[in-house]
Design a protein around this ligand. Structure first.
Ligand SMILES: C[S@@+](CC[C@H](N)C(=O)[O-])C[C@H]1O[C@@H](n2cnc3c(N)ncnc32)[C@H](O)[C@@H]1O
Length: 289
């Protein structure tokens, strides 16, 4: 399924892109947000699109091959300052980060992101780390339990970790999901979310170092954006949102930025109905002073 851009109207409202400006999309994927930004900054604007998944960048390169002043790079967004330096791009007027993974990656990347599919348990956006199935073998039970508890906020983390270690090797997403379903209480198995949701989230965050990447790039915002530059971040779970909130608050306390969203912006009921994936989205925005 093609990924639908989340909170699109609000992203454009807070980024406020104008003709001639330079914008960065650090999580390009299907380019849904990017297309709306490009429409506003051209003519005369410049656009840097980044995605860690090289397949995503290869596809966008085919689609955007002839566009002037559009630069596409496969890299981790934590490296934005280095990319700007290497490509001699100067500071930008806007930065967008739409975190996590896309509907397309969930459904057709064959990387085992979804507990509803039977795929190799990989979960990496890029091949820099080891795939999840190898980590399950390498980590001690206590380390695995801590990852599931901290990054998944999963209350049955210890029993899930024990079951995983007992059932190794686990090579596919479906096998892992079934093991988790088998060890959590029956009542949990009938809750609103699938019992494997939190463990899958935790393993994905761990293997891609998602929270560290986010912290690193947010710490660099003053190096990335010009005065009056705008940054918008959309997060999908409380761990990410907490990092964004604290980082924006620190920048504001240091007098470096103005917070544009006192409370996070969430999707309307209509958007959630139209795109259930948007239901947990939270948007926060700042403007550099
Ligand atoms: C939710 S999607 C973005 C959707 C996009 N805004 C759109 O409208 O089509 C998130 C994307 O971020 C990418 N990604 C995740 N972590 C990343 C990182 N550290 N650096 C760069 N890209 C990353 C994923 O590969 C995925 O394509």
């Amino acid at each position: 399924m093609k990924h639908k851009p989340v909170l699109l109207r609000e992203v454009i409202e807070f980024l406020d892109p104008k003709p001639g400006e330079f914008f960065i999309d650090g999580t390009l994927d299907g380019g849904g947000h990017a297309a709306a930004v490009l429409e506003k900054i051209m003519p005369g604007g410049k656009f840097l699109g980044i995605d860690w998944d090289k397949d995503v960048i290869a596809k966008r390169k085919v689609q955007m091959a002839n566009r002037k002043n559009v630069i596409l790079v496969s890299d981790n967004y934590k490296n934005v300052p280095m990319i700007l330096k290497n490509k001699k791009l100067g500071k930008a007027d806007g930065l967008l980060l739409d975190l996590g993974l896309s509907s397309e990656q969930l459904e057709s990347s064959e990387k085992g992101f979804s507990f509803q599919r039977d795929e190799k348990l990989d979960m990496r956006y890029s091949e820099e780390s080891k795939p999840v199935y190898k980590w399950l073998e390498k980590l001690k039970e206590s380390e695995l339990a801590k990852i599931i508890k901290d990054f998944g906020e999963e209350r049955f983390a210890y029993r899930i970790a024990r079951a995983i270690k007992k059932n190794l090797p686990i090579r596919t997403s479906k096998v892992l999901a079934d093991i988790i379903s088998g060890v959590v209480p029956k009542s949990y198995a009938h809750a609103r979310i699938h019992p494997a949701t939190r463990t899958f989230q935790a393993l994905r965050i761990f293997v891609n170092q998602e929270l560290k990447n986010l912290e690193t790039v947010l710490n660099c915002i003053p190096e990335i954006l010009n005065p009056h530059g705008r940054a918008v971040v959309i997060s999908f779970h409380s761990l990410e949102d907490r990092i964004v909130k604290h980082s924006f608050r620190d920048l504001s306390k240091e007098g470096k930025a103005e917070i544009l969203t006192k409370k996070p912006i969430v999707p309307s009921k209509e958007e959630v109905l139209d795109n259930p994936r948007s239901r947990s989205a939270k948007l926060r925005a700042i403007k550099i002073l």
